[in-house]
Design a protein around this ligand. Sequence first.
Ligand code: NAP
Ligand code: ZN
Length: 349
Amino acid sequence: MPVYAYGAYASDKPLQSMEITRRSPGPHDVQIDIAYCGICHSDLHQVRAEWAGTQFPCVPGHEIVGRVASVGAHVTGFQLGDLVGVGCIVDSCQQCEDCNSGLENYCDDMVGTYNFPTADAPGWTLGGYAQQIVVHERYVLRVRHPGAQLAAVAPLLCAGITTYSPLKHWNAGPGTKVGVVGIGGLGHMGIKLAHAMGAHVVAFTTSEAKRQAALALGADEVVVSRNTDEMAKHAKRFDLIINTVAAPHDLDAFLVLLKRDGAMVLVGAPATPHPSPGVFNLITQRRTLAGSMIGGIAETQEMLDFCAEHGIVADIELIRADEINTAYERMLKGDVQYRFVIDNATLTD
Ligand code: NAP
Ligand code: ZN
């Protein structure tokens, strides 16, 4: 089945319109007309080959929402016309301890929505900057938000779950103080979710211009992290810090803000490593430096339902497909409020 998509033929080439092929739906597959797809910073890392192993042509996109166009004969959970989402995972081994625990995101054979090996042409997965996608029903999520909010739901499928999962795992909630570092796509969702969970939320930004906006997103306090006096006032105060920054930086500046037994969780995935943090900032207060990757399918559904219940969506800028390259440039400058979302109806030849 040929469909229009937007992708790149090489790491130094801009993204452009292209035709790709989707498999015919199998018995357990859901065929989805993609209405909108969010632009994650991971898309940029991958398509520009900042991470190893990018296959070209590369069609990014793992914040997918749309409607079911058809279902295979054995699909039980979805019907024609249902509002659905697909996040970062389209397959996994379905039998290991991780898959059996609902943590497909940690399965060694997890198949990501783009750039992972697959039997489908061209041999690696192609993502959501496309008119349609075909996905096994196990990896399809139900969207319970009103249809009018669909575009703003798209970023929940990656930015939402990537911040929700560590907030839950490290018990963010009433009585806890949570920091969110980097107010981009992930960070703005982290603020909204931690606030909805009842935590006291402090936003850390490098951008003075985002101070007011971070309060409007639900932060109780905002710290401009370049200001050392402001940072010093928060020493040893935090139970948890979620660090979303997409570039290498000094982790010690944030580690010292953790209480005894506090944890900083890295979710940002820069192309080059952070400078190694000072051991004494960890051992003297039994602090933890951890990492977390997206979330499992069941937890992604839990997050979507939590957001529907609390009226949470992303703050987005809706763009046409031919604005994707400009959006990437703006994202690199931190100039996005707070997620670009593609209107997939604008994908044509
Ligand atoms: P984004 O929208 O571009 O936001 C990143 C934010 O980091 C920026 O808005 C900026 O916020 C801050 N920042 C500070 N210094 C920066 C610098 N030198 N370069 C870039 N950003 C800087 O990105 P995103 O989509 O939220 O993704 C953030 C990172 O998480 C990326 O590395 C992405 O690949 C990764 N990621 C990881 C997972 C996972 O499973 N762990 C999932 C999705 C994405 P301020 O202006 O507020 O400082
Ligand atoms: Zn992502």
